[in-house]
Design a protein around this ligand. Sequence first.
Ligand code: HEM
Length: 134
Amino acid sequence: MTDTVDEIALISVSLELYAERHGDMAHRVYKRFFELNPEAAALMEYSDEFMRGRMSASMLELFLSDEHLEPGGYLTWELENHIKAYSATTAMYESLFQSMRDVLDNDLGADWRSEWQEAWASRIGRIMEHVKQF
Ligand code: HEM
């Protein structure tokens, strides 16, 4: 549990620094996401920037609280509607989370810290366990 709390704290600090330096990361994340996964780009072709903004806020939430990963929690609900109703795939989740980390890493440059890299990798692994079990 302490590990998770530390992990979330590190992720939170990395996001705060990003926001301070570069503002909202959403458009950068979607750009990278669509480069990594053209099928996801096609699926999201008609979504407007407001919807993408709301989705981006929910994605960040997922990284900032364990509550969302509990059985019957937000992630379960989100997987239910994305995988069943929107035809999102496990590979799309991998690409999406990778794109979040890539944007932080690339844009923060020399300020990106190895412990943030580890915290993000671990958190992505934890979330992906849920995605793969779905
Ligand atoms: C795995 C890659 C993903 C794809 C391809 C994807 C795709 C989509 C699409 C196509 C919609 C729009 C549906 C419509 O037309 O109404 C949508 C909406 C939404 N997605 Fe995702 N999604 C992904 C991951 C996520 C994740 C990880 C979260 C949050 C944890 C999330 C949260 C949301 C929310 C909250 C909305 C509704 C936004 C609104 O209209 O208020 N999505 N997503």
